[in-house]
Design a protein around this ligand. Sequence first.
Ligand SMILES: [Zn+2]
Length: 118
Amino acid sequence: MSIQISQKRLVAFNKQSGCCYYCGSPMWEGKQKEFANKHKITKKYAARFQCTAEHLLARCDGGKDQENNIVAACIFCNRNRHKRKKPLVPLKYRALIQKRLQQGKWHPKKLRHLPSPQ
Ligand SMILES: [Zn+2]
């Protein structure tokens, strides 16, 4: 990963107040242990909230490494989107996750005490 993209990830992270673009959960940037302690969860659970850069328009579809094409998403949401054969467009994927969250089906029960801004 280039330095540039990690800088843009940080910009997005700050712009979103450290919350995942998709699920709204708080994320961490480089401080997994502190994050785990702060939210009283295990390091293993904290791992899924690592901040990653997500391209709204995928690079293979011509998306650029530009700030307006990059959002910060937790690694869990990011990976799940790309597990699909044909990943949903970000807004649809986001709506799907919001629905799952309401049904309590996205993150495990143990993580539901995490603050969610949405
Ligand atoms: Zn997420």
